[in-house]
Write a protein that binds this ligand. Structure first.
Ligand SMILES: [Zn+2]
Length: 287
């Protein structure tokens, strides 16, 4: 059975880009008689606003979507800690005390998420106490697993290249947000039985890391579907941090203003977008 999910973080209101992503996931599951899941990714520390989860449910219902809700991330911290401990005991994690500024200054490569960590603390010996992050020793991990592949429904078979992102953080310094996105989402998707991970194509590179984590942790391997993104008139993707929800693209505002959400959802399905919004070209069109 096809199981997809939509996994928003309650750190700001949803916008049309989220609606598009949720509809893609919902429709892919329902077309196969499968399940569409909602999971609230609420471990974003101080930025998390618990009240927003209720707004998200109202937004999805407004769009005419039906879902099953899975446990929120904040209920799963023990599982993340357990996975981190396992990776630590297997010697593929190492502590890092570098600040963001130090990493930017020392980095020699820029990856899809910005400067690639230059490995400063790899092999260093210091007491891993207090404010340390734990990073994945990507090269060592890949040496143990051997070459890995994964499949995107649109872009086809991929060789896993976690080195593109380098030694990413799996356990963050901030005790209130212990697991990084990479660790939490990999464990959650396995725990929720997700068979088709749908998300924006901006997360395509992160999948190289997630595939490696699945191999290290012995988790099932889903298929991925990285869909195109809704772009604003400047060519940037609609994003909470760019204030897209407040720029006329917010779902809750449209819902409260009396817009018909099901009509909006059908428009998004048909590629009819509001003025100022375009759809990026997809991965299947890339050279
Ligand atoms: Zn470091």
């Amino acid at each position: 059975m096809t199981v997809t999910r939509f996994a928003p973080s309650p750190n700001g209101p949803l916008h049309l880009g989220h609606a598009f992503s949720a509809i893609v996931a919902h429709d892919l599951a329902k077309a196969q008689g499968g399940r569409f899941l909602l999971r609230i990714e609420d471990i974003d520390g101080a930025r998390s606003r618990p009240g927003l989860a209720g707004e998200f449910r109202a937004d999805l219902a407004w769009l005419g979507l039906e879902w099953d809700e899975m446990p929120a991330q904040s209920t799963r911290l023990a599982f993340y800690a357990e996975a981190a401990e396992r990776l630590r005991s297997e010697g593929v994690l190492y502590p890092c005390r570098c600040t963001r500024a130090q990493i930017v200054a020392a980095a020699t490569k820029v990856g899809p998420d910005g400067p690639v960590y230059p490995g400063t603390c790899r092999g260093a010996s210091f007491a891993a106490e207090g404010d340390v992050a734990w990073r994945l020793d990507t090269a060592e991990a890949l040496r143990r697993t051997g070459p890995l592949t994964w499949r995107d429904e649109l872009a086809g078979e991929q060789a896993a290249r976690p080195e593109l992102l380098g030694d990413v953080v799996l356990v963050r310094k901030e005790p209130e947000t212990p697991a990084s996105y990479h660790l939490a989402v990999t464990i959650d998707d396995a725990a929720d039985g997700v068979t088709l991970v749908t998300r924006g194509m901006d997360l395509f590179p992160a999948t190289h890391i997630h595939r490696l984590l699945q191999a290290l942790l012995g988790l099932p391997v889903p298929t991925w579907h990285h869909h195109p993104l809704l772009l604003d008139e400047t060519g940037h993707k609609l994003a909470k941090r760019r204030g897209s929800a407040g720029a006329g693209f917010g779902l809750a505002d449209r819902r409260r203003a009396g817009e018909d959400g099901r009509v909006r959802a059908d428009s998004l399905r048909a590629g009819r977008l509001p003025a100022g919004v375009t759809l990026s070209s997809g991965l299947e069109n890339r050279p």
